[in-house]
Design a protein around this ligand. Structure first.
Ligand code: AMP
Ligand code: MG
Ligand code: MG
Length: 334
């Protein structure tokens, strides 16, 4: 009891830890990025650029959101390593893009003791400013997320997912112009949400739900499919297959009971796609690995590509891992 009270007193005296301050900032910064993602659509000029191919796109929203996230975090935490998806020229960022806030509710949460002594320079932040860009350009707005993942000693330990168009009512609109000026939530609902989590503390901002027991509902890529991807999905003996955009979006499907496993047997997905979603899934007892069942590493020197694909489930990860065909494993070298 005495030790516990001393611990509480010490924690309160020194204020929130670096990790909790960073998560509180990442929450506010991800909200700002989500607002930027919505604003670009409303303004109507997406400024689409092809990166490696026609399904690998970058828009003005990807660029502005990354500038906002990386500059805001770097100003407050100058010793962090921040790795963002987009390759952007280093230039002075408009003050209007800077978010200085820290989500108060997170600052009040206790830091798991194993992370209380972490220093700023020990943390690596993986940023996907807009996950699901292909779908964003096609008006599938609820597929889009903003991902900020935090890693320590190579392990994903904290993360924030903002879903800018959560509660968004499609109402059958298909064109971006139709979406733009009227992108709003349904009655009594707020547009957009932010999910956050820290290993050892939990994940918040959503209602945890398991997929129907005994059913294998597989969620996979919509715009980056190939034979390996479909072979692997078929080998799972699925009751249903959902093809949606975004790694963040697919992990949200797992934690909200819409899918039982996320399977992507192909390279293409990167560390910034998986870092934050992995934390949210792990914080509620799920598991994300490559198709071999290996855990992913997030230290700053690691290669960005998840070359051996992604296999994630809230429950029964082993069931899915056992069914990955040898031919798929052979083709996907970690
Ligand atoms: P998807 O499930 O297709 O939405 O992909 C999840 C994430 O991985 C997104 O950020 C995609 O951009 C990325 N990704 C997957 N496959 C590829 C690929 N072949 N080329 C570029 N990015 C990819
Ligand atoms: Mg992405
Ligand atoms: Mg992206």
């Amino acid at each position: 009891m005495f030790l516990f009270l001393t611990y509480i007193r010490l924690t309160m005296a020194s204020g929130p830890t670096v990790l909790m301050r960073l998560v509180a900032s990442a929450y506010s910064v991800a909200q700002k990025a989500g607002a930027i993602v919505r604003r670009v659509i409303a303004e109507g000029d997406l400024g689409v650029v092809e990166k490696t191919c026609a399904t690998d796109l970058q828009t003005k929203a990807d660029r502005l959101a990354q500038m906002s996230i990386c500059s805001s975090l770097a100003r407050k935490f100058p010793k962090l390593t921040i790795i963002g998806e987009e390759d952007l020229p280093s230039e002075e960022v408009d003050q209007e893009l800077i978010e200085d806030g820290q989500w108060e509710e997170i600052l009040r949460q206790p830091c798991p003791s194993q992370y209380s002594a972490i220093k700023e320079e020990d943390l690596v932040v993986w940023v996907d400013p807009l996950d699901g860009t292909k779908e964003y350009t096609e008006g599938l707005l609820d597929n889009v997320t903003v991902l900020i993942g935090i890693a320590y000693e190579g392990k994903a330990i904290a993360g924030v997912i903002n879903q800018p168009y959560y509660n968004y009512q499609n109402n059958g609109k298909r064109t971006l112009r139709e979406h733009g000026s009227e992108a709003k939530a349904g009655p009594d609902a707020q547009l957009g949400r932010t999910i956050w989590g820290v290993l050892g503390l939990g994940a918040f901002g959503f209602q945890l739900k398991e997929a129907p027991a005994g059913k294998h509902i597989i969620t996979t890529t919509r715009s980056h499919s190939n034979k390996l991807v479909t072979d692997c999905v078929t080998a799972m003996n699925p009751d249903d297959v959902l093809r949606v955009g975004g790694a963040g979006n697919k992990i949200i499907q797992l934690i909200e009971g819409k899918a039982s496993a996320y399977i992507f047997a192909s390279p293409g997905c990167k560390k910034w796609d998986t870092c934050a979603p992995e934390v949210i899934l792990h914080a509620v007892g799920g598991k994300l690995t490559d198709v071999h069942g290996n855990t992913l590493q997030y230290n700053k020197e690691v290669k960005h590509m998840n070359s051996a694909g992604v296999l994630a489930a809230l429950r029964n990860h082993d069931y899915y891992a056992r069914r990955v065909p040898e031919s798929v494993k052979k083709a996907l070298v970690p």
